[in-house]
Write a protein that binds this ligand. Structure first.
Ligand SMILES: [Zn+2]
Length: 80
């Protein structure tokens, strides 16, 4: 079973148990969607969303690798 393998964004190692980091674009400043279990079931997977809501997914071996090479995120996007 190698179908689940992902390449580490930091060191390039293939890992079967990747540490997944998802960047979700902040559409509106100061608005944080409330997580709703029932609604989440009906909504499509975040990763399939397009356009403004398109998310960036990075995979790492583990949190240690993530800290070594964190994803490039515009700080303006999350400025309060
Ligand atoms: Zn790594």
């Amino acid at each position: 079973m190698k179908s689940g393998s992902k390449k580490c964004h930091s060191c390039g190692t293939m890992t079967q148990t990747p540490y997944k980091y998802t960047i979700v674009p902040a559409k509106t400043h100061g608005t944080i969607p409330v997580y709703n279990k029932a609604a989440a079931k009906e909504r499509p997977n975040r990763e399939t969303l397009k356009g403004d809501m398109k998310v960036t997914v990075n995979y790492y071996c583990d949190e240690g690798c993530y800290e070594k090479t964190p994803p490039q995120v515009s700080t303006n996007q999350y400025a309060i």
